[in-house]
Design a binder for this molecule. Sequence first.
Ligand code: ATP
Ligand code: MG
Length: 226
Amino acid sequence: MILMNEPIVQITEATRTYHLDGTAISALRGVTMEVRQEEFISIAGPSGSGKSTLLHLMGGVDLPTTGEVRLFGNVTHRLTDRTLSNLRLLRVGFIFQRFFLLPMLTVEENVLLPMLEAGLQAQRRGERLEDLLSYVGLAHRRRHLPGQLSGGEMQRAAIARALANRPHLLLADEPTGEVDQQTGQQIGRLLQRINGEGVAIVLVTHNPELAALASTRLTMRDGLLS
Ligand SMILES: Nc1ncnc2c1ncn2[C@@H]1O[C@H](COP(=O)(O)OP(=O)(O)OP(=O)(O)O)[C@@H](O)[C@H]1O
Ligand SMILES: [Mg+2]
């Protein structure tokens, strides 16, 4: 259950240290922040400053080394893998920086997958699929494989998939990184519309035009938010 006015994500003094070949890499060095319901946050910052790492903690695909992340009121590192993955499946939509779609599945199969995982009934799946494909303007590309799509179409397919189970939180990592300016604007408008329908968005982007859509603009530097 989501209580009124309870933040969707609450991060307290979170750090994330990676260990590689005997060296410790401090990707996050103590981040405190929250994401409120229906908020639109953008995060900018240099490459390697920890933006993707932070997004992964927010969505519960990774856990903090110290500190805590509360996702819909639940402390992520105290949940079982199964509970955490269910929470992600039903409440969080991800648009990853890379590797967004499964290459052997068509657009419609990619979009259907999270609904199958959530056990949505066949007729409802079909209806939701139609809604999503027309929402992102991809009904005419439904049987294409990701490799047969343009960059912007791939991104829109990834957005449709992220929205499949009606998430309350959408996490987007550089969704316009590899598309032209016009396509970038189109994706920006789509994100704005999604936010207008009540979905909180955290968007990592270097694009100032896209960042301007957010109500809260944050910058990450060397593992810290400013
Ligand atoms: N799995 C990993 N193992 C070791 N180090 C990692 C791992 N993932 C990330 N890092 C390191 O952590 C730091 C932060 O990485 P992160 O991916 O969060 O940066 P970013 O801000 O998203 O950068 P970019 O803008 O290039 O995507 C980097 O120095 C990176 O090399
Ligand atoms: Mg990144």
